[in-house]
Ligand binder design. Structure first.
Ligand SMILES: [Zn+2]
Length: 49
């Protein structure tokens, strides 16, 4: 099993800008600051399931 893919969505506009492969044993939700091309700036992105 290669781990499941999760999308990271901008918390400002809701766009799913990034896709990552999740490690198996991580419990908490991922929150990362990434550049959102829709917002034109770095925003907080959270994983979606
Ligand atoms: Zn955005």
């Amino acid at each position: 099993m290669a781990g499941k893919k999760v999308a990271l969505a901008c918390t400002v506009c809701g766009s799913r800008n990034y896709t990552i492969t999740e490690n198996a044993q991580r419990a908490e939700r991922l929150e990362v600051r990434k550049f959102c091309k829709h917002c034109g700036k770095h925003t907080l992105h959270k994983e979606t399931r």
